[in-house]
Design a binder for this molecule. Sequence first.
Ligand SMILES: *Cc1c(COP(=O)(O)O)cnc(C)c1O
Length: 402
Amino acid sequence: MNPPKKVLYFDNAATTPLHPKVLEHMMPYLTEQYGNPSGVYSFAREVRKGIEHAREQVAEAIFARPGEIFFTSSGTEANNWVLKGVVETLQHKGGHIITTAIEHHAITHVSSALSKQGVEITYLPVDNEGFVSPSDLIAAIRPDTILISIMWANNEIGTIQPIPELSAIAKSRGVLFHTDAVQAVGHIPVNVENLPIDFLTMSAHKFSGPKGVGALYIRKGTKVNSILFGGAQEKNRRAGTENVAGIIGMGAALNLAVANLKEEQEKVTMLRDYLIERIETTIPKVALNGPRAENTRLPGNVNFSFDYIEGESLLLLLDMQGCCASSGSACSSASLEPSHVLLSLGISHEKAHGSIRFSLGRENTREEIDQLMEILPKQVKQLRAMSPLAEEAETSKAEYEL
Ligand SMILES: *Cc1c(COP(=O)(O)O)cnc(C)c1O
C-alpha cells in the first residue's frame, strides 16, 4: 500500500488520527503481551492489569468508578446494549422509550428495530439550532416510559444539549437516563458524579484513540440485561475476549485528552470560530447550521448550508484538492436522503442537500484553514455558475430590483 498523500483533514467527527503516544502504549499489547486476560497464570495477569488500569483511566476521566465502566466493541454496541438491554430488563414496567429526532443512527436505527417489536418510541423534536426543550421532555413522559436517551452533543451540527436539566427531569420521574456522549467525552467536560445519569456511551476513535473499542458507563446498581452472551468477561455482563490493545489505547487516549482538555478545547474553538468567520465573510448566501452561543456548540464543529449547490458535488471538488469533509454524517453520505438531523432543524431539503460539515480536531492549524479558504470559495462559485437555480434566483432578484 502506498502511503496516503498529505490531506487537509476536516472530518474529526467521523474519526480522529491515532495519537502517536497512544500507539506507543498499545504496541506491547499487539506484540509480546499476547496473553488472554482471562488466563490464571501470571503472564495473563499482566494483561489483565493493563485492562484494569485502562478502566481506571476511563472512569477517572468522567468522574465515575472503575466498576461502572464496561468495555465494548464500539459506541454503537454500547448504544445497542442500553436500548435493547433496558427493554428486556423493564418489560414488566412498559415499553415506551423517549429519544430525539437528531440522534446518531446507532440510536435511531436501534429504536426503529425495537419499534417493530412493539416498543413505542417518542422522538422529541428540536428547535432550529438543534436543542431539545425540557418542557417537551416533561410532556412526553408516561407511566410506561422505561428509558430516556438523549445525546450529549450532536455529531453533525455540534449542538450541546442541556444534559443536567434533562437528566434531572428523568430522575424526578423515576425514569432511567442514557446519553450518547461519543462526541462530548474527551472534547468538553463530562462529569457523571453530580448528574443523575444512569448510562453513558463513549467511543475511543473520536478522541484520538483506536477504532473498534468503546465503553458504556453503567451507574452502580443499575440493572440492564446483557446483549452478548458467552464467556465471563466484563464481570459477566459483556462476553467476548477483550480487544486488549484497543482498551489500553482507549484508556491512554482519554487520559491524554482530559489532561489537555482546557487548552485543546480553547484552541479548537478558536479555529472553529475563525473558519466560521472566514466562510461568512468570503462566501455569499451561506447559513451556519447549529448554535452560536458560547458553550452550546462543540469546539470542532462547523456546518454550513451553501445555497444553490449540492453538498456531494462540493465534497468531490474538495476531495480532488486532498481535502476531507463530510455532508450529513459519515454514515448517511452513502445515501441520497438528506440528513435527518438537518431536516429536523426545519430547513428545506435543498438547504439540507447543500450542507457541508467541517469538523476540526487537535491536529488542525490556522494555516490549514487558510489553505481551505483558498479553494472553497472558488469551488462554491464554480458550482453555482453551473446551477440553474442560482441563475433563476439572480434573474428574479434583478427583476425585483428594477
Ligand atoms: C461515531 C458516533 C457513534 C458511533 O460510535 P462507533 O464507535 O463508531 O460505533 C455513536 N454516536 C455518535 C454521536 C457518534 O458520533
